[in-house]
Design a protein around this ligand. Structure first.
Ligand code: ARG
Length: 459
């Protein structure tokens, strides 16, 4: 039996039914729909719509349904009902007969679906938060292991200044930490319970909505029934969190694809996250990273689709809002899988410290150091910058690094340069000089690693 039909004299077209039905995807809300229904049954008992015995019987049947649904949730998708709410009610009636028909008293699918979806988003966010923690921990472990490795730092994809490989790792820990805080913040706001808002105007039964919210572990009940059934900000927030985090992962993927290239040769990914070519036997391709980069697009797509769907929707519920689910059901697992893959890539990576050091030594990445040296000799920075530019030109024409120029060559451009320039140009000195907070010196990076470990309670 459908949830409606009394005022209709004929049924829907097959094509319309297929167009309208959401069970093929909202079956994923089965657990949340049943848990929400158990809480609603409790509320109905409190307002004497259900007797104590009826309540016990309904809850037992819902519990049995929950157990059944958890065995093979996908099987529900093809059960032919309009949506998950229709499915649960029909199955309940199968189990307990007419008593099952009482459950929807004072409730609408509008407050029901808003509640189910918030529960789902809250659960899923919890899983994503765990994956974010695990990825951060993998980065911190790599940063600790590679504390002695020097990497060329880039701007404009040109070698700019040397940095510690670990400094690069900890940059991603910062991004992932912001992703964590953003998601936690979004969860705080979505953790309010719309149940008991009815279709739009509120429920006519004297339900204690705060108690109902607490029953479902929500922070509180929503405050306005019109808003509660039509608000999907929580979906937008979640998808924007996912988008920003995927953006971070796409930058990580891009960095690592380049580091892993034959041209750079800074890292080698494990066999467990790479694949071969059907034609070229020598190939070991960074597919996991390319897929992370590629999947970023569909997560952004889900976010922008949701923005479009909600734009200019009149209050309160409209069927357009049924379109809120598929994007989230795709984007959240995609985000989760990308986090897991990034973790595997970081855990499997081998760093070639000789290669990174060699690259850091080339490209005149110590030119800034030389300019700072001239400042220490009393030359204004702008002038020093110009002198070093000339020295770089000289080094380039000699096909040498700056530190390989002779003192006579240095002095041919700037008489103030003395023997003490050579230690300044060493990579270690360049790194050590960046010792103010947030810089790449060993002391600063170690402090960042220590702080991250403390946050993660890793000992
Ligand atoms: N399947 C619907 C959705 O996902 C449930 C709410 C339907 N409400 C309604 N009044 N037709 O949004």
């Amino acid at each position: 039996m459908a949830l409606w039909g009394g005022r209709f004299s004929s049924g829907p077209d097959a094509a319309f039914k297929q167009f309208n039905d959401s069970l093929p995807f909202d079956y994923q809300l089965a657990e949340q729909d049943i848990v929400g229904s158990i809480a609603w049954a409790g509320a109905l008992k409190q307002v004497q719509v259900l007797s104590a015995d009826e309540h016990v019987e309904l809850v037992a049947a819902l519990q049995a349904l929950l157990d059944e649904a958890s065995v093979d949730p996908r099987a529900i998708a093809t059960a032919g009902y309009e949506d998950i709410h229709s499915y649960v009610e029909a199955r309940l009636i199968d189990k307990v007969g007419d008593l099952g028909k009482k459950l929807h008293t004072g409730r609408s699918r509008n407050d029901q679906v808003a509640t189910d979806f918030r529960l789902w988003c809250r659960d899923t966010a919890g899983t994503v938060l765990e994956a974010l923690e695990a990825l951060k921990a993998a980065f911190v472990a790599l940063a600790e292991r590679e504390l002695g490795t020097i990497l060329p730092g880039y701007t404009h994809l040109q070698r700019a200044q040397p940095v510690l490989f670990s400094h690069w790792c900890m940059a991603y820990v910062e991004m992932l930490e912001r992703d964590t805080l953003r998601l936690q913040d979004a969860v705080t706001r979505l953790n309010e319970c719309p149940l008991g808002s009815g279709a739009l105007a509120g429920t006519a039964y004297d339900i204690d909505r705060e108690q109902l919210a607490a029953e479902l572990n929500f922070r509180c009940a929503t405050r306005n029934s019109l808003d509660a059934v039509s608000d999907r900000d929580f979906v937008l927030e979640l998808l924007s969190c996912a988008s920003i985090s995927m953006l971070h992962l796409s930058r990580l993927a891009e960095d690592m694809i380049f580091y892993n290239s034959g041209e750079a040769g800074f890292i080698e990914l494990g066999d467990n996250v790479t694949s071969g070519s059907s034609l070229m036997p020598q190939k070991k391709n960074p597919d996991a990273l390319e897929l992370i980069r590629g999947k970023t697009g569909r997560v952004f797509g889900a976010f922008s689709a949701m923005m479009m769907t909600l734009k200019a929707l009149p209050l309160a519920y409209n069927k357009d809002m049924q379109e809120d689910k598929e994007g989230v059901f795709d984007a959240m697992p995609t985000w989760l899988a990308a986090l897991h893959m990034a973790q595997s890539c970081i855990e499997s990576v081998k760093v070639n410290g000789d290669k990174t050091k060699q690259a850091a030594q080339g490209g005149h990445a110590n030119a800034t150091e030389l300019a700072d040296y001239l400042v220490a000799k009393g030359i204004p920075f702008r002038e020093g910058h110009h002198i070093v530019g000339q020295l770089v030109q000289l080094a380039l024409s000699e096909q040498k690094n700056l530190e390989d120029l002779s003192l006579a060559q240095f002095q041919s451009v700037c008489a103030q340069i003395e023997q003490d320039v050579y230690p300044v140009l060493q990579l270690d000195a360049c790194i050590a000089a960046r010792s103010a907070k947030g810089g790449t010196s060993v002391a600063q990076v170690s402090a960042a690693i220590g702080a991250a470990k403390k946050k993660q309670q890793i000992t």
